[in-house]
Design a binder for this molecule. Structure first.
Ligand code: SF4
Length: 206
């Protein structure tokens, strides 16, 4: 059986330690081009040398990597990388299902909230019983400013889709939160805080 370093050499840094969490970087695909995206600023993050993947890992490869990784120091696996994790929603859920069934880790997705548009269907029900928490990037307080900042390929309609996803997913996932990047003006952050409060979810500036 290959060890983690073999996978890393062939595929790249799929698992990485960041802060006190264990992160899974399963795709570099994303429908946005956010002005603040760390992809444009740095390759390395946490224990990863580069989050640019040579290719996407298969579900079996990610599970094999998790078996090689010492999970005892972590409480949570977070899907988050140089890409939008729901670009591989079926694979993400397969990996999350393994984690839930075979480890003590809970599972979080850090997402831009565009899963329904990416996958062309309502995706929130698919998360029930598999995902413990979802953190949605709100990023701005209206569609125009959001589009200027994040450049979603779906255009301004992405903003309402992201808000709808955040509302819907609360029916299926126990912990839902929203966040913004601290680079936007303070007054914009406060308007975003009100939007998150209106949706009934905790809010964080990251
Ligand atoms: S949604 Fe995330 S990965 Fe995609 S461009 Fe924005 S910050 Fe980067």
């Amino acid at each position: 059986m290959a060890d983690y370093e073999d996978y890393k050499e062939e595929i790249g840094d799929v698992l990485y330690d960041y802060g006190r969490g264990l992160y899974a970087n399963i795709t570099n695909r994303c429908p946005c081009r956010c002005e603040f995206c760390i992809r444009d600023m740095t390759d390395s993050l946490g224990s990863a040398d580069s989050l640019w993947l040579k290719r996407e890992p298969t579900v079996d490869e990610v599970i094999a990597m998790l078996k090689e990784w010492d999970l005892s120091a972590y409480e949570e696996l977070v899907f988050c990388g140089y890409g939008e994790p729901t670009e591989r929603l079926d694979d993400l859920l397969a990996i999350a299902g393994y984690v839930r069934a075979n480890t003590d880790l809970s599972v979080r997705i850090n997402t831009n909230g565009l899963s329904d548009l990416i996958n062309g269907k309502e995706t929130c029900p698919m998360l029930e019983g598999v995902i413990d928490s979802v953190s949605v990037s709100l990023n701005q307080f209206d569609a125009e400013k959001y589009t200027e900042l994040c450049h979603p390929k779906f255009g301004p309609a992405a903003y309402d889709a992201m808000l709808k996803f955040t509302k819907d997913v609360q029916r299926y996932v126990p912990h839902v939160a929203m966040s913004v990047v601290g680079v936007i003006p303070v007054e914009d952050i406060e308007k975003c805080r009100e939007i998150a409060a209106g949706l009934g979810v905790p809010f964080r500036v990251r």
